[in-house]
Design a binder for this molecule. Structure first.
Ligand SMILES: *Cc1c(COP(=O)(O)O)cnc(C)c1O
Length: 376
């Protein structure tokens, strides 16, 4: 089966991991800081804090932002569960603002309509690798004194108005799951320019504990440590960080290859009535995590489900991104109802994600194209 996404590992990656295994530190050694430095420099920000996965990183960002019971956080329904669950972890309430039906990103006008005196933060998601409208989202946040946490799990290396993702939000999350742009197996990171958030993220990652003599409330001696907040063990290992450092060297090449593959899809699938190809906002330069097409039901004899099943029968690992989060049984149990975000629900009825990953060959794309053309 041709998967929808897949990691790309080489000998240098394997060698980097083996070197850590032969050294003195296998967790929280020098590779962690080097990896944080490398990702923060790449994104153009001062600080990076690595976490055991992207979801833990989002949880850390919600903690650093001070999200607590009674706070509302506006986010998109068209995302992986994590970007809304992290609000629940802190006792906050996710408020879903509908997507723009063209870019599939959260619509800033919908954000404005969902603002209340309880709104504390906005979590936009750069869907499929295309940055959300970060200039307008920042403007809304400044006007209403809100914190912006950008879920950039899809968009490492993407740009908005010529500026890298990472430089726009107060805190930006990257994921290093194997289907994302670079991998550490499991892993995530928050990048930020804010020193206060940086300190809180470091503490939250490791039990809320500190040994820093300047921060201690009392000091019983050289062994002494203090837990000053409720944190978790969300640490990444040096084994993973070494893999991440090695992967970062290849990131720009990975993105360039993704863009080439997208050009082939766009060229070969153009002009099929009812097949909607991904559209780019004029200000954004996507790093293309996903290539999502929509089969508008009135144009095709087969349903989306049938097309999906037939593509799987051609051994093509198509997928659906995403079921609107609030339609999940757990969220329904919290009181969210169908009909809340009509554009996201409408999108969900017709979308299919086609395979896209750097190791994919031109012939693989042409095979997917041929399958689609024969099926419809
Ligand atoms: C992958 C992903 C995450 C979570 O990342 P993990 O590293 O798997 O925990 C969060 N949000 C989005 C949109 C993602 O795609």
């Amino acid at each position: 089966m041709l998967p929808y996404g897949k990691q790309w590992l080489d000998e240098a990656d394997i060698e980097a991991v083996v070197q850590v295994l032969q050294g003195d530190f296998i967790t929280q050694g020098p590779a962690i800081e080097a990896f944080e430095r490398k990702v923060a420099d790449y994104a153009g920000v001062r600080y990076g804090v690595a976490f055991s996965n992207g979801t833990a990183a989002l949880h850390g960002a919600c903690f650093a932002a001070g999200i607590a019971a009674g706070d509302e956080v506006i986010t998109t329904p068209l995302t992986f569960l994590a970007s809304s669950n992290c609000v629940l972890y802190q006792g906050g309430t996710p408020i879903f603002a509908d997507i723009d039906p063209v870019t599939y990103n959260i619509d800033p006008r919908q954000i404005e309509q969902k603002l209340t005196p309880r709104t504390k933060a906005i979590i936009p998601v750069d869907f499929s690798g295309q940055p959300a409208e970060m200039d307008r989202i920042q403007e809304i946040a400044r006007q209403h004194n809100l914190i912006v946490i950008e879920d950039a799990a899809h968009s490492l290396g993407a740009e908005y108005q010529g500026r890298k993702v990472g430089t726009w939000a107060d805190m930006t999350m990257f994921s290093f799951h194997p289907v994302k742009h670079v991998t550490t197996g499991e892993g995530g990171m928050i990048v930020t320019d804010n020193e206060e958030f940086y300190g809180k993220l470091l503490s939250f990652r490791s039990h809320g504990m500190t040994r820093d003599p300047d921060k201690l409330i009392q000091n019983d001696g050289p062994w002494y440590y203090e837990m000053q907040a409720l944190g978790y063990n969300y640490r990444m290992t040096d084994i993973q960080a070494a893999l991440g450092i090695s992967q970062m060297d290849k990131l720009d090449g990975f993105i360039a290859r993704r863009r080439e593959l997208v050009d082939i899809y766009n060229r070969e699938l153009a002009d099929i009535p009812g097949l909607v190809l991904p559209k780019q906002h004029a200000e954004s330069n996507s790093s293309w995590h996903l290539y999502v097409v929509r089969f508008l039901p009135q144009y095709f004899q087969s349903s989306r489900k049938e097309i999906f099943e037939q593509l799987r029968a051609w051994n093509i690992g198509v997928n659906v991104h995403y079921i609107p989060v609030y339609l999940q049984p757990y969220y329904k149990g919290l009181g969210y109802e169908k009909g809340l975000c009509p554009h996201a629900e409408n999108y969900y009825e017709s979308c299919i994600t086609l395979p896209l990953f750097p190791g994919m060959k031109d012939e693989d794309v042409l095979y997917v194209v041929r399958a689609i053309k024969e099926l419809i």
